[in-house]
Design a protein around this ligand. Structure first.
Ligand code: ZN
Length: 259
């Protein structure tokens, strides 16, 4: 599954490709013909990411809303147009490039009102400058759910996927099973700031990097404990548990279960 940074990266890239231009929108696969028609050949006025949701705004105040889900793919190519590869749900053609989106979980047209409702449902997005960390702190501190669950809940905080969850909790020495209500404000502030910094690096480098010591070397190992056997901090054995349907890795020595 793409983590939040890949969607923000796509949004920043697609802003350059489409904003200010009349975009040809079509559905080579045919499943999105009507939606595509309602925005095609209109000027694209903004492309934004909210968590893992991509929103392309058009001149008629309609939004193309994309969520890739587990299997969706974005393909970006220079013009001229090529034949569609696989089941392309929606194709956007700009001045210099075209973008094909295959297999998204969500591909729909929203009006201003339904777009606002969508954004209200999404938690503060670590990669947005306008994100309000207090919303995240309040949701976590008032919750009896595990922090490992809360970090993956996009209505609590948007942008963290399974790899970042594991790496962030290890970096902040927080056990994934600790309940939200048992964490204190300074732990959450550190978590928020670290997550923001790591995701920003992810967008810039197009890669998840959480271990900066090794990231520059050849065959760089840019992660600390995700899918690893040994903890680089204490050389202890890495444990794993399933939380929210995904495997979380942690070090019992470095990440104490009592906060
Ligand atoms: Zn350790």
């Amino acid at each position: 599954m793409p983590e939040g940074h890949t969607i923000h990266r796509a949004a920043r890239d697609h802003q350059k490709l489409f904003v200010g231009y009349k975009v040809d929108v079509s559905s080579p696969q045919g499943r999105f013909n009507n939606g595509a028609k309602s925005i095609s050949k209109l000027e694209c006025v903004a492309v934004e990411a909210y968590g893992k949701h991509l929103l392309y705004e058009f001149k008629n105040d309609q939004f193309l809303h994309i969520h890739l889900g587990l299997f969706g793919r974005i393909r970006r190519r220079k013009l001229p147009i090529e034949e569609a590869k696989g089941k392309v749900r929606v194709r956007l053609v700009g001045k210099t490039h075209f973008v094909d989106i295959n297999g998204p979980t969500i591909c729909e047209i929203l009006d201003e009102e339904s777009k606002s409702k969508l954004i209200d449902r999404i938690g503060p997005d670590l990669l947005r400058k306008d994100a309000d960390p207090n919303k995240f702190f309040e949701r976590v501190i008032s919750s009896r759910a595990k922090i490992g669950t809360l970090l993956m809940d996009q209505s609590v905080v948007a942008g963290i996927g399974n790899i970042y969850r594991t790496e962030l909790l290890w970096r902040q020495k927080i056990h994934p099973n600790i309940l939200g209500k048992d964490l204190d404000r300074s732990q959450l502030e550190n978590l928020w700031n670290d997550a923001r910094a790591l995701l920003e690096v992810g967008v810039k480098r197009n890669k998840i990097i959480t271990n900066f010591k090794k990231a520059g070397s050849v065959n760089a190992d840019s992660l600390n404990i995700y899918k690893k056997k040994k903890c680089p901090g204490c050389m202890g054995v890495i444990s794993k548990i399933e939380i929210s349907g995904r495997v979380a890795y942690f070090c019992v020595y470095c990440q104490s279960e009592t906060s």
